[in-house]
Structures are given as C-alpha cells and as structure tokens.
Ligand binder design. Structure first.
Ligand SMILES: [Zn+2]
Length: 864
C-alpha cells in the first residue's frame, strides 16, 4: 500500500515513544482452521449504500475435535449460517465476530463448508462514491480497501494475513457498470430483463484475505500483452488520454522485476484501476492494483511529479507482499520495505545511478523526519496499538534503506542471488523476518544475524562524527570515526564495513574499514596530503554524518566527487561558510553546469541560504532560466529567503502568474508567503484558483497565505474548506487555517470551532486536514473532540492521526511558554542575520565596484 497523504502530516515535535507502556504484544493470530477457499456472492443497494450476499468458506480443521469456530464480521446483519448440506447452524454475533456451533466435531484435515448470508452498510472496507449537488461530476463507483483489516466490514471471513486461500467473487451489478476483481474473469451472465450483469472472478493462486478486492464503475479501458500477461489500465470514463503518461513504463517494470527476482510475473493478469476519492496512494491487491486519481497527470506536472514511483511500488508488491506475504503486521517491512526499495531499484535500471542515489537520499530523509519528530522503534516490533500504526516511515523508508545496506554488505552478486533464492523458496508462502535471514544464509553462506539484530530488531541509526588530519612527517592520514548516538533508548553501536575514498593530486583510491566501537582512529598511508576524504562515498549507510571540512576540501568535493551525494553534501557544507567569493563561484558553477539536476537544486538551496546580492542575482538570472523544473522549483524555494526585497517579490509574482510548470508555480506561492509582503495577499487570491495536478497550485497558495500570516486569509481558507471544493483543497485549507490560527490569537476560537466541525466531515482527507490544522493551532480545547475521533472514526488512518494529534497538543501545551520565548529569540536572530547579510552584500558590491571587476554593474542590484 502506498500512503501519500498522511506522511505529510508528520509535522512538529511530538511523541518519542511508538506506543504507550500499556500496549500489548501482537504476534500472528492463533488459528483452529485453514480457509481453503472463499466463494463470495454479492450485490448492492446503491441508494442505501448496502452490500448483501453470501460468503461461503471451505474450511479444514488444524486439530481434531473442532466443534465451533469464530469468523470475523463487523457491523453486519447475519440472517443465516448453513453447512455444506444446507442444514442451519446455531450462531451468535458479538464484538465483530460470529461464533458458529457445528453440528458435530470435525477431525484435523476433514474439509467442510459454511455459508453465511449477510447484509451490511459498511463505514470502511467498501466505499460507495456518487455524485450529488455539490459534486455533480463525480462518477458512481464502488471500491474496496482491505488492508490492513477492513475486509471483515463487507464480508464474513478470517481476517488475518497468516492464511492463504483461493477465492471466487460473484458480483451482480447494473448492466452499465463493469467490475474488476482478483484473478481471471471466468464468466459474465446478462439478465436483460432486470438490466443486470453477473461477473464471476476466480483467483486460482492462494492469497490472503486483505488482498481481496472489488471495483465497480464505468471506466475507459486499455490492454496490452507483456510476456504473455494481459496488462490492463482502467481509468474513470473520459480520462483515457492520461493513461500513457501515468502507465507507459509498466511493461518495462514488469520485465525488470521478473528478471531480477528470477520469477516471471506469477498471476493471471495485471490490472491498474484508478478510482475516485481513494483513501491511499495505491493498494496492491493480487492482480488488481487500486490507485488514486492523483496519479493521472499531464506534462506540466513533470518531472516534479511522475507516477512511476507509485506504479513500481505497487507492481513490486505482486512479488513482495502478494506472492510472498508477511505473517503478521509486525513484519510489515517484508511487504512495504521491499516495495519501497524495488521502486528505486527500477529507477536505477531505467534512469541510471544518479537518479537512484537521489531517490535513496530522499527515502532516508523521510525516515529521519519521523525518527526526529515522532518516535524511534525497531523495524520489527509486535507492540503497536492497531495494525495501521505499522504503516509508517520505519516500515517503508527505513525498511528500504536497510535492504539497500544489505545489498552493500553482500555485494551485488550475492544480494541478487539471495533475493532469487528467497522468492523461489518462499513463493506462495507466509513469512516472517527470520525466513528472509535464513534464505540469505542458505544461498550465500553469509550469516547476517548481527545485521538483522542491529537494523531490524533494534531502533535508530549511527550518528558518525568524522575528522581527519595529515601528518607530513609520517605520511599518514589520521582518520577519527566516532559514533555519537545515544544508546540509552536501546539504539546500538553499529558494526558496519565502511568505504573511504581518498583523492590526492596524483591518485584516487578507496580503503575499507570495519567500524564497530564508539571511537576508532585509523592511520592510512598517503604519500601526499589529500585534497578530499569521503566517508561512505556512495552513501550506502543509513546515517547522520557530521564531517567538518575545510573550505578547500569542499570546493574540491563539489567539483570533483564522482557520486552525486558527496557533491550535494558539499553544497550543504559550503552554504554554512560566511560569504566567500570562491564559495559563491563554486555554487554558481554547480547551479549552472552540474550534470545532475539534484546537485543543481542543492546549489540553488545553498545560494538561497547565502542570501547575498550576488546570490540573488544568479538565482534570478541563470537560476530561473533552468530547463529542469525540479531545479527551478529549488530556485523559487530559495527566493523565499529574501524577505524585504522588492525585486525578488516582483519576480516571484511573475513566476507565480506565468511559469508553465505547476510545481514551480506552487513553490512561488509558498515563497511569496514567506516574503511576508502584504501585497502578496492580492496576488495570491486573484490567481490561486487554477486547475493543476492534484490541485497543487490552490493547495500551495493556501499554504502561502498561511505563511503570510494575514488576517484576511482566514476567510479565504474557511471558504476553501467548504463542501463542494476538491477534497485535496479542503484538506490543505483546513491545515492552513490551523497554521494561521497559531499566529492570529484573536481568530483562534473561531478557527478551532471551524476545524472541530470538519472532524465530522464525510470526506476523510478533509478530516485529516482538520486534525492536522488543530495540531498546528495547538489549542488544548480541541483535545476531547480529537480523542473522540481516535475512538470512533471508522478509518484506522484517521484514528491514528487523531491519536498522534492529542499527544502533540498536550506536549506543545505544556511547553508553550518555553517555546514562545525560544521562537522569539530565533526570529530576532534571523532578522539580525538578514540585516548583517544585506549590509555585507552592500559592502561587497562597493568593493567590487572600486576594484573595477567585470561585474561593474552589480552595484545597481543591491537589495533595497
Ligand atoms: Zn506498499
């Protein structure tokens, strides 16, 4: 599953513990039977939003003497339970379960059948989407979302991931609708008199309950064959023109994953179905991935947004997650960590190593954010409040980084050998983390217990502090490596092999070191003084790195490091050096001529932090001329640092009004807000309501208005939360409203009341926006309402965010006084710094003018 929206809610300092002390361990579920087959017959009452049908289960007892059993069924009306001979069975319904009494005791292995007739009006698991007065263009759709444990809300079943079954889904719908489900379409029957059609879908390869899916609606459809497999694309009617950009790389991905896993795509078909108002980014149901409509985009969104990442992630799940499935949610990284790594791996194959390194850098950043702002936990843990809690930055991003390191430790040949063995051995199986460790050991001879202990069963990451010096007499580099992380919370000292790259005038070479202790000193022979020493030059290790370097070394690094990551790190290092001509020239050169866009963007960011007149000039000239809109976006973001500069303001207004790329315009909206020029209110509100990919321009404009801290923005945000606006806009507006309320004391009560009302909204994204807005507002009066959401909301993700919100508000409330003082200090320091920089820039221009340098005109471009 891909979670696109909720991760962006992870803002602000908050809880450090993943769970409360009272949380109990949740291992795999005990079983008394195996479900061999599920036959599900359903039809719908569209008006009443009801599903009714019969769930028939073929069961096999695991032990002798099975006389009764429990099935999962939440909020259902059960009319009848019968056995294979049609005899009625006694049953009781309580706490989301049906207790069925069998007519006799069954022996282990003795197959029997149960049929449950039921009706439900699900609040989660199955969703009805339909047009209304406020959204007349919404299509009618029904779609389901099983993971983590919501399929029990629309059919009686065994709801846990530790059992695989074949399934058969027989669904009757109005003739105008088509259906998509798991496996192959075995039969379609038409009842012309009633205007109905019945579809029978069969999944012959066993899969687990949360992967059962159904989508109903009117779709544009395209199909192609890849290696004999039907590859299908379903998009809402009228949107076929978006299919190529979103899905053009699916065949290449399918072939790539088949090649590297050694397993041809194992299922009957691969359908990608785009639905309205989907609650996640994507969901990897076997043979049939459901995707959010926001994956559809046009050229103006690219390359800032490309759907390939989402498409690759979900497709990789067909191997990791679907064909091999984790036994319990505590091992969710075996699904999500793999999908989150095989997505960048495909980028490496398709777009090369630079792009791959950039993606892994971004992946690590997401994990570090969660670790710093929320909590630290082992990747494998069974202490969570509910299964949805496991779908976080530790499971996804850290899981991906850990696989990346495993590849480094094993080397490419053994890594791929191990992956192929694991897929071959565990295909169609249920796995836990040790199964993967064993597969590596069997196939490569390498026992990685130490690695699994550090990275999977313990939390945290190394925080390295590195320094080096050169001894001219002994011709030795003295390299000190320290691990500074606090180990009190169970974070270990990490044992890792580390590569060092050394460049002298005459030679470039690498050394391999084994790091294990809190501190090591290495003596490395070198005939000359190094120009550059790189620690982990290819950035394999998930780490925080403090490596204070001299200016000359950073200048060498930005120009000569082969890997893009040290070049990006050099930009970050150079940004910290007080004004220096050589530093400026190096960053300017990187911005305009580095061959990789990520380095050019990092140089733009560094120039923005420099914030001198020269930096401004280059950002406004060469910077905003950059062809790649990802670099232009970084330039625009940097311009937000030039508060009080009229020229920057005017130029940002022009970019906001007319740049072709949505994500450059959206960056300009936020940067305009950060400049806090009151004139920005008019500019933004006049131009914000433009169509764009996933409404990114409107959303960023609302964010820009909150950055502006302008009282008039409150009403604009409130208007944009109204029912009838696109859900993404409503979510962003609620969030911005909370941010505004944080700064506008006299509006706080109105804003809180408005946001609390939105907690009852029917749209889950709007609710998430309100939850997040209330966190930004930081008003303790909202806590009881948020606690009620945590308790009663049907969607696990909403409950989880509400729970986190309560904690954050409580904490921020306690520390409020302290924080206000600290914030004031920071603001005044920032202002002082800005003044000093402006004065320095003036002086520097004068000096340049006196020297009669080639940039004699620069005096005209001083900040006003
Ligand atoms: Zn996933």
């Amino acid at each position: 599953m891909t979670i696109e929206d909720c991760r962006s809610f992870a803002i602000g300092a908050g809880e450090r513990a993943f769970t409360d002390e009272s949380t109990t361990e949740k291992g795999p579920r005990d079983r008394t039977f195996h479900v061999k087959h599920l036959k599900l017959e359903v039809s719908f009452d569209d008006e009443e939003r009801k599903v009714k049908g019969t769930s028939t289960l073929v069961l096999i007892p695991i032990n002798d003497g099975l006389k009764s059993l429990e099935l999962d069924a939440v909020d259902m009306t059960i009319s009848r339970v019968t056995d294979g001979d049609g005899r009625h069975l006694d049953f009781e319904v309580a706490d989301g379960k049906i207790l069925v009494r069998l007519l006799r005791a069954y022996k282990a292995g003795q197959e029997f059948q149960l049929a449950v007739e039921y009706e439900a009006q699900p609040k989660a698991g199955l969703f009805f989407i339909s047009p209304d007065k406020s959204y007349p263009n919404k299509p009618f759709q029904i779609w389901t979302q099983g993971e983590s444990e919501d399929n029990k809300r629309w059919f009686p079943c065994y709801e846990a991931p530790n059992d695989r079954m074949t399934t058969e889904l027989i669904v009757t719908v109005k003739s105008k609708y088509s259906t998509v489900s798991n496996g192959r379409l075995a039969e379609v029957k038409t009842d012309a008199k009633r205007g109905m059609k019945t579809y029978r879908w069969v999944q012959d390869i066993p899969h687990v309950n949360y992967l059962v899916t159904l989508v109903v609606g009117e779709f544009d459809f395209q199909e192609e064959k890849v290696d004999g497999i039907p590859v299908q694309y379903y998009v809402p009617k009228g949107k076929a023109k978006f299919i190529p950009l979103a899905f053009q790389n699916t065949p290449d991905m399918l072939e790539y994953f088949a090649g590297v896993t050694g397993l041809k795509y194992p299922w009957a078909k691969y359908a990608q179905v785009v639905v309205q108002d989907f609650t996640f980014g994507g969901m990897e149901n076997t043979t049939c991935t459901t995707l959010t409509e926001y994956c559809l985009h046009d050229e103006k969104a690219r390359p800032n947004y490309m759907a390939d990442s989402l498409v690759a992630h979900e497709l990789a799940h067909q191997w990791f997650g679907d064909y091999i499935t984790m036994k319990s949610w505590g091992h969710a990284w075996l699904n999500e960590g793999f999908a989150s790594y095989f997505d960048p791996l495909w980028w490496e194959h398709k777009f090369g190593r630079d792009e791959f390194h950039q993606r892994m850098l971004d992946t690590a950043k997401e994990y570090f954010k969660e670790d710093a702002e929320h909590y630290r936990r082992p990747i494998v843990t069974h202490k969570y409040k509910e299964a949805d809690d496991m779908f976080d930055g530790h499971t996804y991003q850290k899981g991906a980084c850990v696989l990346h390191m495993m590849r480094y430790v094993l080397g490419d040949d053994l890594w791929w050998k191990a992956i192929k063995h694991y897929v071959h051995k565990k295909g169609q199986g249920i796995v836990e983390t040790t199964d993967f460790k064993e597969a590596i050991e069997e196939s490569t001879g390498r026992a990685l217990d130490w690695f699994f202990n550090e990275w999977l069963y313990k939390g945290g990451h190394p925080e390295f502090d590195i320094s080096w010096s050169y001894d001219d007499k002994s011709k030795l580099i003295v390299l000190t490596v320290k691990q500074k992380q606090d180990t009190k919370d169970g974070t270990p000292l990490f044992k890792m092999p580390i590569t060092i790259e050394i460049a002298t005038k005459k030679r470039l070479w690498r050394e391999n070191l084994d790091v294990e202790k809190a501190e090591h000193t290495y003596f490395i022979p070198s005939p000359d003084r190094p120009q550059m020493v790189l620690f982990d030059p290819d950035n394999w290790i998930l780490k925080k790195l403090t490596f204070e370097k001299q200016k000359d070394e950073l200048l060498h690094q930005i120009a000569h490091a082969e890997n893009v990551i040290p070049r990006i790190q050099a930009c970050e290092g150079l940004a910290k050096i007080p004004y220096d001509k050589a530093v400026f020239e190096a960053l300017k050169k990187s911005l305009t001529s580095d061959k990789f866009w990520g380095v050019r963007a990092a140089a733009a960011k560094a120039l923005g932090e420099m914030a001198t007149a020269e930096a401004k000039e280059i950002l406004l000239s060469e910077g905003i001329k950059q062809q790649d809109s990802r670099v232009r976006r970084a330039v625009v973001d940097s311009l937000g640092n030039f508060r009080g500069d009229e020229e920057v303001f005017e130029r940002l207004c022009a970019i906001y009004r007319s740049d072709k790329a949505y994500y450059v315009v959206s960056g300009a909206a936020i940067a305009l807000g950060k400049l806090r020029d009151p004139k920005a209110f008019e500019v933004i509100t006049k131009n914000m309501d433009r169509p764009s990919h996933a409404d990114v321009i409107v959303r960023a404009s609302l964010d820009g208005l909150s950055e502006l801290r302008e009282p008039r923005a409150v009403q604009v945000c409130m208007d944009h939360t109204k029912y009838g606006n696109p859900e993404m806009v409503r979510m962003a507006a609620a969030n911005s409203l909370g941010k505004l309320g944080h700064y506008l004391e006299d509006k706080k009560d109105d804003i809180r009341e408005h946001l609390v009302r939105l907690l009852n909204d029917t749209n889950f994204r709007t609710k998430l926006g309100a939850v997040n807005g209330l966190v930004a507002l930081g008003d303790a009066a909202a806590i009881p309402k948020l606690a009620a959401v945590d308790r009663y909301d049907p969607l696990g993700m909403v409950r989880r965010e509400a729970r986190k919100a309560v904690k954050k508000i409580q904490e921020s409330h306690a520390e409020k006084a302290k924080k206000v003082d600290a914030q004031k200090d920071i603001e005044s320091l920032k202002d002082e710094n800005r003044d000093l920089k402006a004065r320095l820039a003036k002086l520097e221009s004068k000096v340049d003018g006196l020297a009669g340098g080639k940039k004699g005109k620069k005096g005209e471009k001083q900040p006003r």
